[in-house]
Design a protein around this ligand. Sequence first.
Ligand code: FE2
Length: 426
Amino acid sequence: MFDLLIKGGTLPDGNQADIGITGDKITAMAPFINADAAQIIDATGDLVSPPFVDPHFHMDATLSYGLPRVNASGTLLEGISLWGELRDQASVDDMIARALNYCDWAASMGLLAIRSHVDTTPDHLNTVTAMLEVKDRVKDYIDLQLVAFPQDGLYRTPTGRDNLIRALDMGVDVVGGIPHFERTMQAGADSLRDLCEIAADRGLMVDIHCDETDDPNSRHIETLAYETQRLGLNGRVAGSHLTSMHSMDNYYVSKLLPLIAEAGISAIPNPLINIVLQGRHDSFPKRRGLTRVKEMQAMGIPVGWGQDCVLDPWYSLGTADMLDVAFMGLHVAQMTHPDEMARCFTMVTQTNAQILGLQDYGLHVGAQASLVVLDAATPTEAVRLRPARLAVVAKGKLISQTARADANLALPGRPKFINRRTPKHS
Ligand code: FE2
């Protein structure tokens, strides 16, 4: 007798399995389970996946689009400036309300683990207070990991470093940074040494907004790899964005990628955001704003797609759908081989879970009972369709259901209901 039984679904690896859930754990998996359950979900013909994971988000800023006004230039720098005004105007309650609203969207999309950068610049640290409260309030359905992020630079404000330490003392999980926004290249490098030492002392992970610029001379990832090696942080460090790598000299990159691989650093490109933020100073040809995804993967570097923003000073769209992120990433990185398309789905599930260091993630006996049932047959089809999340199970509980979106056709001689699943060739 299970609490919940998922019947007839297809796993991302193509195998079919029934999944039995007891409490908040998966307690049985087999091609066919003949047992009673308090609740049964029929997933016949549908894809059953572990939940989506977003390794890069800004929940303190989300759903604030238009406050106090829109970003007219569309640049990263105007976004930072706008946010600088908003974070001092918004109350803790405002930020909590917006973040909880976003978490509802995320839950309905099967996005059940999120790493969110929290701005630690202002002395009031309202952002940190709000996000710690949100983390606690959503813990039954979303694992929210917080990064202490000195948005205005560790050294550009008199209390930048102190406030980052205060945030970590308050319970923020991960050490963040933004070396390309410090005043000089040297200050950026110094910040990385400092931040990695803080993480080493405290036994924490590191996730740096690194080289989010079109300047090929922004090479802080090299310093991050060096400090990671020096301090033995291998496997605990992520470089987010890494966009300058798209414009670096190929010879330099041929030296750089092995250093990143050797240091066990993960990469988190954010294609929705960087395709609109980068290249704003270019005429034509206009750069794409994405790091070297396939090239890093070929070196064994874990690369996961991040979302970064939804309706905030940097990005005016977004729906909490990690399949939108994978879809954009697939296009911009030209990942069109069948293996690469399927990998884009893995990047927003398994790879991102690995980057966050999630324990008990996945679909196997003993894992946390969190999963999503998609109106698609395969991972590649899920990326193509970005379909309805028919059912979302979080820690053993069915928390969301969405109806299939079949069209009701009124065409003589044609089928009445159609969907857009891939036709089978005979
Ligand atoms: Fe970011």
